[in-house]
Design a protein around this ligand. Structure first.
Ligand SMILES: Nc1ncnc2c1ncn2[C@@H]1O[C@H](COP(=O)(O)OP(=O)(O)OP(=O)(O)O)[C@@H](O)[C@H]1O
Ligand SMILES: [Mg+2]
Length: 472
């Protein structure tokens, strides 16, 4: 633990050294600002005790430099009575505390000790931030991604509202997290709110909170997401799905920094940075009367566009290797390598689901392909089987009707796969033969194979289809 004392009076330096002689600090000293700055850069002391009036560079200048250069040292300012204004200003600039001359040894001991503690805590905080930055790293070296990363670093330093646009699975959430992690709000909360996932009647309470008893069902006080994000960042994901009513309220927060809990008649000030994302065409939504134009213009100030994967094919091999490493660690497996021919093929493939689809693909490789070196030939079995289509939920209204259809398709598919061998199908899908027969009748599965087979034929026999790739 290094403590640097910067003071031009030898007497003060001596008395400070004396006060700290029992502490386990390595004490460094400087009699002017120039030497002080030199020592700060070279020795990186955790704590600095700094006289505000010193020759060379004055204390305020040094404090500013320490903060600008992000040197992380905690600075304690020593002032005379006449400099009280300056001292107050110094804490605004980020000084840990100030102490007036003449000071008691007790007070300075405690203040320095606290400063070391805060340094430690902050260090842990920085390590966490570093960890998060790694976890949410944006991988890619294409022009599009390089530009995006530069834009992120720039907007992160501001407090502007940012609208993040891009197709599904391109990495919009990742962008939002990066903006927060590179901003001055990094130590404060990041609240992710998926607007599409909240039922209409709960949106307001979710966003702004409510008072107990303000409506039926409000049995407890509730803190809203905006309040949770105070001093930090709120990420309004899928903002295109927010109801018009909620849009009006969000607009008000952005304009005035005010929220109002349901059942409360006073508004409350908060300090939240708003990030929003959508894969909808908001201008179209405005035309359809689904999105407020005024909110759109508020959000549209800074827009980041995340390019689709087809415009940055160069990144595909990088992303594959990145996910491969990630899954190998997550699953505790040795890292798989993708042969060059396969990488070439994947680079040329159409990834409609963008990076998300690519990531899921690599995960399936880890689950289904045991080879250490993954070859082009091996991967076709894990792409979606075009001969099977899942019933689309949007075409069904009733839950039971939907399940009936899904069950039917599943069993039909499996029966076909096992050459209509009912006994084998039953065993493979984990059902008794009797139950499977019942299901076949119940679901009205008509297939020549099943009807014509007599029960004797249902004894174990290996179907040619079930060899090789394993069960579908
Ligand atoms: N450049 C990238 N580097 C590393 N991982 C990425 C990258 N882009 C996306 N991902 C990963 O791909 C997945 C999808 O990304 P994300 O959820 O951010 O997409 P999105 O644009 O928000 O999609 P949606 O519109 O469907 O919500 C996540 O697991 C994310 O970590
Ligand atoms: Mg998303």
């Amino acid at each position: 633990m290094k403590l640097l004392i910067i003071d031009d009076e030898t007497g003060i330096r001596e008395s400070l050294k004396n006060i700290f002689k029992r502490e386990a600090y390595t004490i460094l000293e400087a009699e002017d600002g120039i030497k002080g700055m030199e020592l700060i850069e070279r020795e990186r002391p955790e704590v600095i005790v700094l006289d505000i009036r010193i020759p060379g560079r004055n204390g305020m200048e040094i404090l500013k430099l320490v903060k600008e250069k992000d040197l992380k040292s905690e600075v304690i300012i020593i002032t005379g009575y006449a400099d009280i204004e300056l001292a107050i200003q110094s804490t605004k600039l980020g000084a840990f505390d100030f102490i007036e001359k003449p000071f008691s040894s007790e007070r300075i001991l405690i203040t320095v000790k606290n400063a070391f503690e805060r340094y430690q805590l902050k260090k842990i905080g920085f390590e966490k931030i570093e960890e998060s930055r790694k976890r949410y790293e944006i991988v890619g070296e294409s022009e599009g991604i390089k530009r995006l990363k530069e834009q992120i670093k720039k907007v992160a330093k501001t407090n502007s509202t940012v609208l993040i646009l891009g197709e599904s699975g391109t990495g919009k959430e990742l962008v939002a997290r990066n903006i927060h992690l590179y901003s001055r709000r990094q130590f404060n909360p990041f609240i992710h709110l998926n607007c599409a996932a909240i039922p209409e009647e709960l949106v307001e309470s979710e966003l702004f909170g409510h008072r107990k008893g303000s409506f039926t069902g409000a049995i407890e006080n509730k803190v809203g997401k905006f309040k949770e994000a105070d001093k930090g960042t709120i990420f309004l994901d899928e903002i295109g799905d927010l109801s018009l009513r909620a849009q009006a309220k969000v607009l008000r927060v952005i304009e005035n920094g005010e929220i109002q809990r349901i059942g409360e008649n006073k508004a409350e000030n908060i300090d939240v940075r708003v990030l929003a994302a959508t894969n909808k065409e908001l201008t179209e939504e405005i035309k359809r009367g689904k999105f407020r134009e005024d909110l759109y213009y508020r959000l549209n100030v800074v827009v980041l566009i995340v390019p689709p994967l087809r415009d940055r094919k160069k990144d595909i091999p990088l992303l594959i290797n990145y996910f491969s490493k990630k899954f190998s660690i997550e699953l505790g497996m040795e890292e798989k390598k993708f042969e060059p021919k396969l990488l070439e093929y994947l680079k040329g493939r159409d990834w409609k689901g963008n990076v998300r689809e690519l990531r899921n693909f690599v995960e399936r490789v880890y689950v289904f392909i045991p080879d250490q070196i993954v070859k082009l030939e091996s991967i076709f079995s894990i792409f979606e089987d075009p001969s099977f289509s899942f019933p689309q939920p949007k075409n069904f209204k009733n839950y039971k009707v939907y399940l009936h259809e899904a069950e039917k398709r599943f069993i039909e598919y499996k029966l076909k796969f096992y050459n209509y061998n009912v006994a084998k199908t039953a065993r493979e899908i984990g059902m008794s033969r009797v139950n499977l027969m019942k299901k076949i009748k119940e679901l009205g599965i008509r297939s020549k194979g099943v009807e014509e087979r007599s029960p004797q034929h249902d004894v174990e026999e290996e179907s040619p289809n079930s060899r090789g790739q394993g069960a579908p």
